[in-house]
Design a protein around this ligand. Structure first.
Ligand SMILES: *Cc1c(COP(=O)(O)O)cnc(C)c1O
Length: 393
């Protein structure tokens, strides 16, 4: 008899780039999802910090439905009202203001590809060097791979675009590296894929000073940390600095694919007509959806909710007093649970078996990134389910 399980159909039809899926999900509502057998899960990963408003949020559903029934795609030969509205909104919330400019794209990697090209345009004085951080993640396309500080991801695909050097995330290395031969410094304010690793205190501020002093573009990748995830619109808000460019994606579209590169000040003058573009980018369907998502985040002050709920979540996790838990890293609703033993995969599997979705970012880190709408009920549910998972190990 032929086996027609979805696992086999997946294995026989999907490219072999993914590990076997954990479940077949068929439906979601708020902070919960359901699999094909009707099992309910508390989703504390939110599609990796994507579903800012949870699943099937009525205002997102309504925005998508209304826009696709009105006009959904027009090409870049035309403008649409939702596109301009979103660009203006991004200029405001990033702090880029009047001199800001927005380039739309369809993913995080694409936002960083655009930023990479921007960096190449900062070549006055023949700056050839681009600096990024060891262990950082900026995406899987060739330019983004070159930027990512994870050699094992890159090795099979070399040569990648040249000129990128990786340094340790220390102020000392920063000071030793940034000079007028550098075109751009790329960094993640919290390294999400690396297991939610914070930058040293004062790093961002020093990076800002050095980049300003030497004419280097400070490009902050807020693809995971942005859009209120850390308790402010952007993680750089906590340090009261502004970058020269910020890349955004994940949480902006509430599940529709959209990314953006936002430039500040002189960085907005670098791209010239015809130098970059993408067919789907910034179409009215995705920009209308992002407008709805950002509108709800702003109206309901979900940045404040992320800060408050993140603090509660941290207290819950430390409150288990588990010998397996060494520390809680990160900020707001992007948290990394540092483990004392390499049991992250076991623990995330145990969580799933107890109806909770979290992510083993690496062997010793659990990443937690719930929807920004979490409240008391979901936190209580998390405490119960994660507690059971921990106890089962
Ligand atoms: C997810 C992520 C990316 C890549 O985004 P994709 O949409 O997967 O291409 C880049 N940078 C950071 C910090 C990310 O978290």
């Amino acid at each position: 008899m032929t086996d027609v399980s979805w696992q086999n159909r997946f294995a026989d039809s999907m490219m072999r780039t993914f590990s076997p899926p954990l479940a077949m999900l068929v439906r979601g509502e708020g902070c919960y999802v359901w699999d094909d057998k009707g099992t309910q899960y508390l989703d504390f990963l939110a599609g990796i910090a994507v579903n800012s408003l949870g699943h099937a949020h009525p205002e997102v559903v309504s925005a998508v439905t209304k826009q696709i029934g009105t006009i959904s795609h027009v090409s870049n030969y035309f403008a649409t009202p939702p596109q301009i509205e979103l660009a203006e909104r991004l200029k405001r919330i990033t702090g880029a203001g009047d001199d800001g400019r927005v380039y739309f794209c369809n993913s995080g990697a694409e936002a960083n590809e655009a930023a990479f090209k921007l960096a190449r345009l900062n070549n006055k004085g023949h700056r050839g060097r681009i600096i990024a951080l060891h262990d950082s993640f900026h995406g899987r396309t060739m330019g983004a791979l070159a930027l990512s500080g994870k050699p094992h991801m890159r090795e099979s695909f070399e040569p990648v675009p040249g000129g990128v050097e990786h340094i340790d995330s220390t102020i000392k290395d920063l000071e030793a590296t940034i000079d007028n031969t550098v075109a751009a410094l790329f960094l993640e304010p919290v390294k999400g894929e690396a297991g939610v690793i914070d930058l040293p205190v004062g790093f961002l501020k020093r990076a800002r000073e050095l980049c300003t002093e030497h004419g280097v573009l400070l490009i902050i990748d807020e693809i995971q940390t942005g859009i209120a995830r850390t308790g402010a619109w952007f993680a750089y808000n906590h340090d009261e600095i502004l970058p020269d460019a910020v890349t955004i994606a994940k949480g902006m579209g509430g599940g529709v694919p959209i990314g953006a590169l936002v430039t500040f000040g002189w960085a907005s003058e670098l791209f010239r007509r015809g130098q970059h573009g993408s067919t789907f980018a910034g179409n009215p369907l995705v920009t209308a959806t992002a407008n709805a998502v950002l509108g709800v985040i702003e109206r309901d002050d979900l940045a404040a909710n992320a800060a408050r709920r993140g603090q509660q979540l941290r207290e819950i996790i430390l409150g288990f007093h588990s010998p397996l838990i060494e520390e809680v890293r990160g900020r707001g609703l992007l948290l990394g649970v540092g483990l004392t033993e390499p049991v992250a995969l076991k623990l995330s599997a145990a969580a799933l078996a107890n109806g909770l979705i979290v992510n083993a970012a690496n062997e010793t880190s659990i990443r937690i990134a719930p929807p920004l709408i979490v409240g008391d009920a979901e936190l209580a549910d998390f405490e119960e389910r994660f507690g059971r998972a921990l106890a089962s190990l």
